[in-house]
Design a protein around this ligand. Structure first.
Ligand code: SAM
Length: 258
């Protein structure tokens, strides 16, 4: 199998891993599935008989004739997932199930794209099952008080319930990547209504000095810690997503008053 590095091509060759992803997705006959980067169709093949609607986007044009011939009932889009009009592709109707062994170089922009998409279209996506670098999966699914807890964990967990399903060894791919991977499940949820730019600013300041007292990292804001129900000597590492939301609401309310 010829692999193109610039397309982030690491093809899954371990059948047991592919089966575990399909089992985790557990597609029903009436489901609509959208795959990102089908490659040679390793996942697609195990999804057969394909659900009611199986749609996929593949950037490598050379793979498309082969994919279309192998899976004639499927709808393959030739292109870059980051440039799609997602509202058109993941159209109204039964919510889409999204799956993909993602090219690692686009994981972050892809997560941002889907976060914005599910916010704008809350009923279009039922869930996502995606393979990511293990380190990133750990950050997405992290809990407060752990090393992996940070801005990314909070931003993503406000929009999705995140489950770290299992880890995948480099040898399960051809060519083998340098790092371990993990499969995660993301289920969209309604985010709190708040000024996300302000939250992002607060998180950047808080985690820039993650071992510092929060009152010190956030001294640019006049915070009434008692009113927020927070101990000012706490460190960012130990502050939950809900507490950061409360802090952001508090800072926003103060800005409105002044
Ligand atoms: N699903 C296959 C498998 O598990 O063997 C391939 C996985 S490989 C890690 C990533 C796939 O995504 C490749 O087929 C690659 O060509 C495709 N790809 C890379 N960037 C893409 C993009 N921006 N949009 C759509 N597909 C992309």
């Amino acid at each position: 199998m010829r692999a193109r590095k610039r397309f982030g091509q690491n093809f899954l060759t371990d059948e047991s891993v592919i089966q575990r992803i399909v089992d985790a997705l557990n597609p029903g006959e009436a489901d609509r599935v959208f795959e990102i980067g089908p490659g040679h169709g390793a996942l697609t093949a195990l999804l057969e008989p394909l659900p009611a609607l199986y749609r996929a986007v593949e950037l490598d044009r050379d793979l498309l004739p082969f994919l279309r011939a192998r899976f004639p009932a499927a709808d393959f889009i030739s292109g870059d997932v980051l440039k799609l009009n997602l509202a058109e592709v993941l159209d109204e109707g039964r919510p889409w199930r999204v799956v993909g062994n993602l090219p690692y170089n686009i994981s972050s922009p892809l997560l941002a794209l889907f976060t914005n998409f599910v916010d704008a279209h809350p009923d279009r996506v039922r869930d996502l099952h995606v393979m990511l670098q293990r380190e990133m999966a750990e950050r997405l699914a992290a809990a407060p008080g752990t090393k992996a807890w940070g801005r990314l964990s909070i931003m993503v967990q406000l929009h999705f319930a995140v489950e770290h399903l299992f880890d995948v060894a480099p040898e399960s791919f051809s060519p083998a990547p340098k790092v371990w991977s993990s499969v995660v499940r993301l289920i969209p949820r309604e985010p709190p209504a708040l000024d996300t730019a302000l939250l992002d600013r607060i998180l950047r300041m808080a985690f820039a000095g993650r071992r510092k007292r929060l009152s010190n990292s956030l001294k640019a804001f006049a915070i009434d810690w008692q009113a927020c129900g927070l101990d000012p000597s706490v460190r960012a590492d130990n502050v939950s997503a809900e507490e950061f939301v409360r802090l952001t609401e508090h800072v926003a309310a103060q800005a409105d008053e002044s």
